[in-house]
Design a protein around this ligand. Structure first.
Ligand SMILES: NC(=O)c1ccc[n+]([C@@H]2O[C@H](COP(=O)([O-])OP(=O)(O)OC[C@H]3O[C@@H](n4cnc5c(N)ncnc54)[C@H](O)[C@@H]3O)[C@@H](O)[C@H]2O)c1
Length: 435
């Protein structure tokens, strides 16, 4: 099939590249000229393991190309994916202005029947709204369908997640068999009985995405609350999570206690879902608490460090890990932003290391001394705080860590190390929920 994918960010680029990998011809469109020029030269705008090799191959074999022209995308594409951002606006509402801008252009350039697929995470009812915008911007009436097809990939494992999805959700309001068939054909190489394609209406599809993210966020906040109790009663949250997760009704994933969830999805989608509920006169009680627990959890490392260093003024703190999770350079809503700003407010000086997120972090943080090596970050520091559980931190030499720190204070916000071992080695070690 000929596909156009509008938006070359963390989602759009993966979707476009993986569909090209499936044998489709894909034109990836973005309004960011620098991004498109970079992609034409073979430069990936994001860090995503495995993506670069697939993209290079598809470009070389002529299945994938890039453009800033949406008009061109409307000429070549039979199926038009929209994967532009829907960031959080004031009050937590999802900002759909980029979606609507794209819908207007799609309407203006529609020369024949198109299937418009919304990949972005959008409030319930957006597919209908996009259909209205397309229709009202058409120069001549043209037939088209709007499909809601939310994406569930995770940064860091995005390629695998797209190619081996737990499920593919396709929301349609038009019972037209041709439309259903095209969507089945599009995902034929990816879906089967183990990776099912589920047809719903557009509103259910839109809500499935928000409900999924809110459920994941709820599990994280729930375990973070349990972690607080673990510290009081002498339980270990990792043991508790393992025991709880072995219940087949619950399952083991998304039960890790830590410094809270971040990233471009969970925080904004939880807030947006609360906003949608309020908009319908409902009270989002669970979701509001999940969000509040998370906001407080993000600052827990600062509270903990104060128990080791009562005055932070003039102290030098080393931070390991800036990205919101390992495997990505995405800094959106990363707990490190809140922690570093709070430490700086209290007068501390910061030295930081992240294996891939430094460039993005530099755009968001001021007065931070960035180091290109985890050990060097520790020199002369009064404490180390770990905020992202990059695998490379696990194998580091703990005696060397202790030797480099001015004081052996460690707040491990991701429970990377074993508390018993760290204490035996002479660290003042505080994890999360490890009573
Ligand atoms: N990042 C994730 O892990 C993830 C996972 C699932 C769903 N989502 C959802 O997917 C959507 C995209 O997220 P993302 O992380 O890829 O965002 P992103 O910010 O990385 O990328 C969005 C891209 O859209 C481009 N864009 C904006 N307006 C445009 C326009 N008018 N025309 C053409 N291009 C335009 C931007 O230049 C940017 O490159 C969001 O709704 C998000 O909630 C994200």
């Amino acid at each position: 099939m000929n596909i156009t994918c509008i938006g070359c960010g963390y989602v759009g680029l993966v979707v476009g590249t993986c569909l090209a990998e499936q044998g489709h011809r894909v034109l990836c469109v973005d309004s960011d000229v620098k991004k498109i020029n970079g992609l034409k030269r073979g430069n990936l705008p994001i860090y995503e393991p495995g993506l670069g090799e697939i993209l290079d191959r598809n470009v070389k074999e002529g299945r994938q190309s890039f453009s800033t022209s949406l008009a061109k995308g409307m000429q070549t594409g039979e199926v038009i994916f929209i994967a532009v951002g829907t960031p959080m606006s004031d009050g937590g509402k999802a900002d759909v202005s980029a979606i609507l801008a794209v819908a207007r252009e799609i309407g203006q350039h529609m020369g024949g029947y198109k299937i418009v697929v919304i990949k972005s995470t959008v409030p319930v009812g957006t597919a209908s709204r996009v259909a209205r915008v397309i229709k009202s911007n058409q120069r001549r009436p043209r037939d088209f369908d709007v499909v809601s097809n939310p994406e569930f990939l995770r940064e860091g494992t995005a390629v695998k997640d797209f190619l081996e999805p737990d499920r593919v959700i396709v929301g349609l309001d038009n019972p037209r068999p041709r439309l259903r068939k095209t969507m089945e054909t599009l995902y034929r190489g990816i879906t089967d009985t183990e990776h099912p394609l589920l047809f719903t209406n557009t509103r259910s599809a839109e809500l499935i995405k928000y409900a999924s993210n809110a459920m994941l966020a709820t599990r994280v906040s729930f375990m973070n609350e349990i972690a607080g109790l673990c510290e009081e009663v002498g339980a270990d949250v990792r043991e508790v999570a393992r025991g709880v997760g072995l219940d087949s009704r619950i399952g083991p994933r998304f039960l890790e206690a830590g410094v809270g969830y971040g990233g471009s999805c969970l925080p904004k989608d939880v807030k947006a879902l609360a906003k949608i509920m309020r908009g319908h006169g409902l009270s989002p009680r669970i979701i509001e608490i999940v969000d509040r627990v998370n906001e407080e959890q993000k600052l827990l490392p600062v509270k903990k460090i104060k128990t080791l260093l009562p005055t932070l003024k003039g102290k030098k703190i080393a931070i390991w890990g800036l990205a919101f999770k390992p495997g990505t350079d995405d800094m959106r809503e990363a707990p490190s932003l809140a922690v570093i700003k709070e430490l700086q407010r209290a007068g501390a000086r910061i030295q930081a290391f992240d294996p891939v997120a430094e460039a993005r972090a530099k755009m968001l943080l001021k007065h931070v001394n960035f180091c290109n090596d985890p050990y060097r970050t520790l020199t002369g520091c009064d404490a180390l705080i770990i905020l992202t559980e990059w695998n490379e931190f696990r194998g580091l030499d703990k005696k060397r860590i202790k030797g480099l720190l001015k004081r052996p204070n460690v707040v491990d916000g991701r429970n990377v190390y074993d508390p018993g071992e760290m204490r035996r080695l002479g660290f003042n070690y505080l994890g999360i929920g490890r009573g």
